[in-house]
Design a protein around this ligand. Structure first.
Ligand SMILES: Cc1cc2nc3c(=O)[nH]c(=O)nc-3n(C[C@H](O)[C@H](O)[C@H](O)COP(=O)(O)OP(=O)(O)OC[C@H]3O[C@@H](n4cnc5c(N)ncnc54)[C@H](O)[C@@H]3O)c2cc1C
Length: 365
């Protein structure tokens, strides 16, 4: 069939990896498919293992140049800077304008920090993930007479995982570091069972981490970081203060929660525009910003993109209520959380490694 339609996938996130691999179905529906994305997809599931040094950065990324070529998808190495949805046009970072019949956004999230990003050079947001690989390299290259003070801000799953793996890195590399985990609440992991939070707190403290509860990150007008209104005494400040949709996504809706989408993953005003994953604001109910939702949306998105091209029937996505999270604590153990249940031990980390390996292998074959 001649391709006389154009599907543009913006962002190489979890769901778009699936759509690219299954692009034959869109080709069969008479469409040419283009992916606009930076060259590498970084997988957050392994990101903290990269911080801790148990995985190499190259193991944690998928080469989209290679994947798109294998699947017959055009690839533009770059990003979309603005959207003219009324005209079905996307403006690219090199100034070119791309027409589309159907477009889908899977452009992810960023750390919730003031805009523009404060200029304090000690600040390391946990996203983009590639920055965490650079952080590890930098910490390992430091040679000093006094201990390196590394503070992680954020007591959620990401902050705890990053801190556990920094403790693991210090041990593995023999680094002289003083590690502090600051969090705004009165306990770690506020959404997890209290017993699980106590286990993680004891684990981190047992490995030399200082915990500071009720502590907030702020910035002066000149962009200098402060903790609890006082100058932050740290050489590195890793910000894990929660995720929000990336800036472009926050411009595409009435609120700044992300690109609004209905149950069929379509923008309510622009039905040829779809969004999935962390950049989407799922109107039926807000979804947590974790990778599993993008992964589960992928097959529905795939079917709906083809249906939108041919005025077919679209399917609704029904998100699950509960989901499994496994934290890599950086000491060879994992903490699995699902609703009010939790389990801690080496077996949990082995389980996580298996899930991560299976996901990455699927993208590479
Ligand atoms: C340290 C860390 C660990 C985490 N661990 C887990 C975990 O174990 N399990 C879990 O479920 N979740 C985890 N998360 C959350 C997880 O990162 C996100 O929920 C997930 O990545 C969202 O996936 P996504 O497909 O929406 O977007 P992403 O995976 O973020 O992909 C979006 C892509 O779009 C690209 N992009 C951005 N803007 C543009 C643009 N304008 N044009 C073109 N391309 C663009 C980006 O470069 C990126 O490659 C973790 C997060 C962090 C920070």
């Amino acid at each position: 069939m001649t391709a006389n339609r154009h599907v543009v996938l913006v962002g190489g996130g979890h769901a778009h990896l699936h759509v690219v691999r299954a692009a034959a179905s869109l080709h069969g529906a008479g469409a040419q498919v283009t992916l606009v994305a930076p060259r590498y997809f970084w997988y957050s599931g392994l990101a903290t293992a990269v911080v801790g040094g148990s995985r190499e950065p190259a193991e944690d990324r998928i080469d989209l140049a290679e994947l798109t070529q294998r699947c017959g998808v055009h690839w533009h190495d770059g990003s979309v800077t603005s959207v003219r949805a009324n005209e079905r046009k996307l403006v690219l970072d090199d100034g070119r304008v791309l027409d589309y019949d159907v477009a889908s956004f899977n452009i992810g999230s960023e750390v919730d920090l003031p805009e523009p990003l404060p200029s304090d050079p000690r600040l390391w947001p946990v996203k983009p993930i590639a920055g965490l690989a650079r952080l590890r390299a930098e910490l390992c290259s430091q040679r000093r007479d006094s201990p390196l003070r590394v503070t992680v801000v954020g007591g959620g799953p990401t902050g705890c995982e990053v801190m556990g793996n920094l403790a693991g890195l210090a041990r593995r590399e023999g680094l002289d570091v003083r590690l502090t985990l600051c969090h705004a609440g009165d306990r770690l992991l506020p959404d997890a069972p209290a017993g699980a939070a106590r286990r993680v707190a004891a684990n981190l403290q047992g490995r030399g981490v200082t915990l500071r509860a009720g502590c907030r990150l702020g910035f002066t007008d000149t962009g200098e970081a402060r903790l609890d209104e006082a100058p932050a005494e740290a050489d590195y400040l890793v910000a894990a203060t929660g995720l929000r949709a990336v800036g472009l996504a926050r411009t595409l809706g009435a609120t700044s929660d992300g690109i609004p989408v209905t149950a069929t993953l379509q923008h309510p005003q622009y039905p040829t525009l779809f969004a999935v994953g962390d950049c989407a604001h799922f109107l039926p109910r807000p979804l947590p910003r974790v990778g599993v939702f993008g992964v589960r949306q992928a097959p529905i998105l795939q079917v709906n993109l083809a249906a939108a091209l041919n005025e077919g029937v679209l399917r609704a996505y029904h998100p699950q209520r509960r989901y499994l999270t496994i934290l890599n604590l950086g000491d060879g153990t994992g903490l699995a959380l699902r609703g009010r249940w939790w389990w801690h031990g080496r077996l949990m980390l082995a389980w996580k490694h298996r899930l991560d390996r299976d996901f990455l292998q699927r993208q590479r074959c």
